[in-house]
Design a protein around this ligand. Structure first.
Ligand SMILES: [Zn+2]
Ligand SMILES: [Zn+2]
Length: 137
């Protein structure tokens, strides 16, 4: 493979390019597959068709819905439902236990906690699930 900054051929295992010192995989001047200089802003190498500057793509079917998570947090956040949904099981269990073990008294606390998290999800402050996968709109 080739350095994306200077186009020099580098070992795929190398952490940095020995020629320019850029971290392997950073830079956007050259195709990492064939070493051809790419047009600034282009997404595909004109020479080999290899994707350059490609943002990690996620399968939409595994992405959680931002709207669903936000609404769950606002409506039933006291039971941690939105955190179960997003995979934050520890936090979800804590919210559930606060509500259940206090016979509902603590539900006010975890309800506000869930409400705030629901708003943070809807406003995009929380934008990933427990696996780091971005939420979809
Ligand atoms: Zn380099
Ligand atoms: Zn190429």
């Amino acid at each position: 493979m080739f350095c994306k900054n200077c186009g020099a051929e580098i070992d795929p295992q190398a952490a940095v390019c020995v020629k320019c010192g850029f971290q392997n995989g950073t830079g956007s001047n050259y195709c990492s597959n064939c070493g051809t200089q790419v047009v600034p802003g282009a997404n595909v190498c004109m020479n080999c068709g290899h994707f350059v500057n490609q943002a990690p793509k996620y399968d939409p079917s595994i992405q959680k819905s931002k709207l669903a998570a936000g609404i769950l947090g606002i409506l039933v956040g006291a039971f941690g439902v939105h955190n179960f949904y997003l995979g934050f099981t520890g936090k979800a269990v804590a919210q559930l236990l606060i509500s259940v073990l206090t016979c509902g008294v603590g539900a006010a606390v975890s309800g506000v906690w869930g409400l705030i998290e629901g708003i943070l999800i809807l406003t995009g402050s929380i934008d990933k699930d427990a696996k780091g996968i971005p939420l979809k709109d």
